[in-house]
Write a protein that binds this ligand. Structure first.
Ligand SMILES: *Cc1c(COP(=O)(O)O)cnc(C)c1O
Length: 458
């Protein structure tokens, strides 16, 4: 008999989590104004609000913490980090920052000017924010197939080379970089193929525009290339990663994702002019160049995390867990964005809560119902997140309405996945009784989802 799949690690340290009663949860979610961001974490049993900074570090990472060099300038921890990044990516210039958006802030302060256009595949919200706040345009050139939630294609995060080339022609001389997000977070953690990266690189050379990778989940992307793309099955993750970055001029990184640290990020590049330009902004915004926004101990843990999480077994364990949850949801007929992405499952709320009108926010209603059912905290990536149209001030109901279940790395077991799937099934089974959703009691003018106050629809 073939042996079943199991995790490539065992557990040495545990953190207790607490169940609660439905009655308690009804009280708590009401006090949180039906917004899961407003819940205290100790009121949550299984926390799927994000996979960012929520992973478990390894024994080697914790050992690295003890060996941190906290020297202000030239700490050995910085060189450990810089050498690891150079080894994995080929980028020789490295600037540490306190997280991914800080890397964007520092680099874009140098690169992005008013009126610029930055084409790419579905820019992440902070990336978009850092482009738009400089009065530049984040132009989305993702393939159209990404919008069809039920279509199963292997690389649904790809950029459309035809749209990209058009953008490069239309905005010639006004494009500081092409930005490729790997994996494509906004499209549901969907990967970008090596072929697509190669096409982007060819266009970048043809039009003489550099390429930047927003790299938060580059290792998960490499896993998908290995397992889905022809010609890569026998390559190691590290070989694939090296080839991926050969098609870029630089990267910004949120290390809270694939480097499995709780806080951290960096800029890395082969372009000396980017490095020189970004340096001064790092010093005023983050800190001196050999620590940026980080402690020495945290740079050590980050370097080790990068090394460990670019090994196949580590990624296989992670992605197979997300797939396991997806398989359970298939069994129970719960619809989600297909195929399952690397870091999360996006449940298609309209297909589960069929009786809640869109004006009453079905995905938010599903998020609340899942919490009430089992103390599981997801988050809405839907109509509330989409905010209002800046001109008409109407809610934007044109996009997709998801409940996102982000899976932290190395934190929960498949027993927890069973609980999540069963809880969703229970909610789905009583969907006909759930006819009312929520309406907005109070909202902030921008980024309303973090603080919105909701009330039960009358
Ligand atoms: C998380 C993330 C960021 C921002 O990083 P932070 O560490 O949260 O500041 C940028 N891009 C992508 C694709 C991300 O997933």
């Amino acid at each position: 008999m073939e042996l079943p799949f199991a995790e490539s690690w065992k557990i040495k340290m545990i953190e207790p989590i607490r169940k609660s009663t439905r009655q308690e949860r009804e009280q708590w979610i009401k006090e949180a104004h039906y917004n899961t961001f407003q819940l205290a974490a100790d009121k949550v049993y299984i926390d799927l609000i994000t996979d960012s900074g929520t992973g478990s570090m390894s024994q080697a990472q914790w050992a690295g913490m003890m060996m941190g060099d906290e020297s202000y300038a030239g700490a050995s921890s910085f060189f450990n980090l810089k050498n690891m990044i150079a080894k994995l990516t080929g980028f020789e210039y490295v600037i540490p920052t306190h997280q991914g958006r800080a890397a964007e802030n520092v680099l874009f302060s140098y690169l992005v000017k008013e009126g610029n256009v930055c084409p790419g595949n579905s820019h992440f919200d902070t990336t978009k924010g850092h482009i738009e706040s400089r009065k530049a345009i984040a132009l989305d050139c993702t393939i159209d197939e990404a919008k069809d939630t039920q279509l199963e294609i292997p690389f649904k995060g790809n950029v459309d080379p035809i749209k990209l080339e058009q953008a490069l022609k239309d905005h010639k001389g006004n494009i500081p970089f092409i930005i490729i997000t790997i994996t494509n977070n906004t499209a549901g953690g969907q990967p970008v193929s090596m072929k697509n990266l190669r096409e982007v690189s060819a266009l970048s050379k043809k039009y003489d525009v550099p390429v930047l990778f927003d790299s938060a989940r580059f290792a998960e992307n490499a896993y998908f290339i290995k397992t889905r793309e022809e010609g890569y099955a026998n390559k190691t993750i590290k070989e694939i990663v090296k080839e991926m970055f050969s098609y870029a001029d630089g990267m910004t990184m949120s290390a809270k994702k694939d480097a499995i640290v709780n806080m951290g990020g960096f800029i890395a590049t082969r372009k000396q002019d980017w490095f020189d330009g970004a340096k001064n902004f790092c010093i005023i915004m983050e800190g001196y160049l050999t620590y940026g926004g980080m402690n020495g101990r945290d740079m050590n843990a980050l370097a080790i995390g990068l090394d460990e999480n670019t090994e196949f077994e580590m990624l296989e364990t992670r992605i197979k867990q997300v797939e396991y949850l997806a398989m359970k949801l298939d069994e129970y007929g719960v619809a989600y964005q297909r195929p399952a992405g690397g870091h999360a499952i996006f449940v298609d709320a309209a297909k589960v809560l069929t009786h809640v009108p869109k004006e009453q926010f079905p995905a938010q209603t599903l998020t609340v119902e899942l919490y009430l059912e089992a103390g599981i905290r997801g988050c809405e990536i839907g109509y509330i997140l989409a905010d209002r149209d800046p001109i008409t001030r109407e809610n934007r109901f044109g996009g997709l309405d998801f409940l996102r279940l982000a899976i932290p790395r190395r934190v929960y077991t498949n027993n927890h996945m069973d609980v999540i799937a069963a809880a969703l099934k229970n909610v789905k089974d009583r969907a006909e009784q759930i006819t009312k959703g929520y309406t907005i009691e109070w909202e902030a003018p921008l980024m309303r989802h973090f603080t919105v106050k909701l009330e039960k629809a009358k």
